[in-house]
Design a protein around this ligand. Structure first.
Ligand code: ADP
Ligand code: MG
Length: 343
């Protein structure tokens, strides 16, 4: 049976596809490997990510999304086509109805580019768009349809978006280009500065996931990594501790905290009271950093809970939003800017 309606989470780090009745059918890194000679696609997703930093000059490995928006249009389109084909089969026969989520803090040109890329890749026109905080909240099963303040903070690869939602509408939202990728960069920079060692992007991410923590751990954990010595140019191992990584992440964490704070500061009083009662929900892979929920709770005074499945809620919510397109669009009509805009 051909799936007709699908939700796509086109993230900076991961692309997920949700099909009603089947759940998540694609969950792969947003990475494409290209042969430089003729620009043909060599690999997409996990296979391409495994090549990162390990290819000869003839192949380049690219992440076509950056900071939540399309950085390379043609490669994004090729990546979407590849995943759509995998889900739907032959795209020229029946085109699927697609809903894609986009960050709340992007321009109309950037939104349009996402819809265009999906249509070019084989989705039926018009592709619907839903703002990510709303999709994330729906996926985290927050009752966003009620007239009450519901706060969600999505920390992905490229962006942190914090929003208060009521009656399917975003009331206050802040978006910052600081999230998981910045944490990786901060770790790379720290290891270079402190240990004179150059490490790759993937190693930095592994360190973050294995020993990274938002607050210093009582019992430190360590990890040995290998990189290239800046002075001798030779490979060398170094042992990193969790507390060094906490230190390396200070600036990044401060920016994330600032984004959350500024939403709280701008939330109307009635809704703010609801948020304090219910707490806020964290989604996105970046929010899985050890004790980030504890740090945010401490620093904002609002109880922060990690969603059940932080990496998948936005995709699930996007698929579910497509099922309720009418309701969502109707509730947006009074808004100046339609949240679910049929592009
Ligand atoms: P996007 O929506 O931008 O594609 P995701 O929500 O898929 O992003 O999250 C990806 C980010 O989450 C990456 O930066 C990844 O390193 C990070 N991440 C995944 N698991 C963890 C973890 N356990 N601890 C910290 N960061 C994590
Ligand atoms: Mg995301």
């Amino acid at each position: 049976m051909l799936p007709k309606r699908i939700g796509i989470d086109l993230g900076t780090a991961n692309v997920l596809v949700y099909v009603k009745g089947q759940g998540i059918v694609v969950d792969e890194p947003a990475v494409v490997a290209l042969a430089i000679r003729d620009n043909t696609v060599v690999a997409v997703g996990k296979d391409a990510r495994d090549m990162m930093g390990r290819t000869p000059d003839t192949i380049s490995v690219i992440r076509p999304m950056k900071d939540g928006v399309i950085a390379d249009y043609l490669i994004t389109e090729a990546m979407l086509r590849y995943f759509l084909k995998r889900v739907v089969g032959r795209l020229n026969i029946i085109k699927p109805e697609v809903m894609i989520c986009i960050p709340a803090g992007v321009t109309s040109v950037e939104r349009r580019a996402v819809a265009d890329a999906a249509e070019q890749a084989g989705a039926r026109r018009p592709v619907s768009l839903v703002e990510e905080p709303l999709a994330a909240a729906i996926g985290a099963r927050i009752p966003v349809g009620t007239p009450s303040g519901n706060m969600v903070v999505d920390i992905g690869g490229g962006r942190t978006e914090a929003a208060v939602i009521s009656m399917y509408g975003i009331v206050v939202c802040e978006s910052a280009r600081v999230a998981g990728d910045r944490m990786d960069d901060a770790i790379t920079a720290y290891v270079k500065r402190r240990h004179n060692l150059l490490i790759g992007e993937r190693t930095a991410e592994e360190v973050k996931i294995a020993i990274g923590s938002a607050i210093p751990l009582e019992e430190e954990i360590t990890m040995e990594v290998r990189g290239r010595d800046q002075v001798s140019g030779l490979p060398r191992p170094v042992t990193l501790t969790s507390n060094e990584i906490t230190q390396a992440l200070q600036d990044t964490l401060a920016s994330i905290l600032q984004t959350v704070r500024s939403v709280l500061e701008r939330t109307p009083p009635e809704l703010a009271a609801d948020v304090i009662d219910r707490g806020l929900v964290l989604t996105g892979g970046g929010s899985m950093l050890r004790y980030l929920d504890v740090l945010l709770t401490q620093e904002t005074g609002v109880p922060c809970h990690l969603a059940d499945n932080p990496l998948q809620c936005t995709a699930v919510g996007t698929g579910v939003a497509l099922e309720h397109l009418d309701v969502i669009q109707r509730s947006q009509q009074t808004e100046e800017e339609s949240l679910v805009a049929s592009a």
